[in-house]
Design a protein. Sequence first.
Length: 233
Amino acid sequence: MTSQRPATSQPGTGAFGSREPRWRSRTADRATKDLRKRAESRSDRFLAIAMELLSEGGADNLSVRKVVEMSDMSLRSFYQLFGGKDDLFLAIYEEAILGGLERQLEAVDAAGKDPLMRLRAFLEAEWIANEESSPMLRRSLVIYHQRLMETRPAELATVLEPQHKALTELVGECRAAGLTGSQLDDSATASILMQLMITTLQARVLGFEVAGRGIDIEQVWAIVSPTFSVHSS
């Protein structure tokens, strides 16, 4: 008579309803973390090369083919991380926005406790960061912003949300100090200020002027500051 081996119980089954051994979960977690680290390393490499290409030659200098060739990685690796050129654009723009926001918040901290000066520091820091960046890079970011407004508006709005949140809080500080006469809520005021800064900076980068007049941050602040100078009753 042929002996038979006992059937191997499946994970999560058995006489006592045993669960999958914890070591399986631990090894799966480690594997996931390793894969994530490798993916982040590859995506960082692709992004660094893309930024380099933009700084050297502008938007016309950037292509998926160039990025892949310079990375010494495969096209397959690129498309595992980015859905296409627009995904890369979005990543580049998000890196620029988050880097700019970090500088803006540092400027706010350095401005002290006066809410109006903190608001001014936030707006000025964005302007200064833009002026100090590579001309080719900032022109490319303007082009990408306009493209993403058309092709990926919801995702672009999400990228800008941390900046909007910080600005809303600063407007709230002004309101709490009685420094705003606007009837709009803080979020709406912050949205208008963001649109004003974005439009003004983009026009400056592209060299667009109305009536032959360029606009600088002092002129922008001359328009903005009276909004926050009326003490509410």
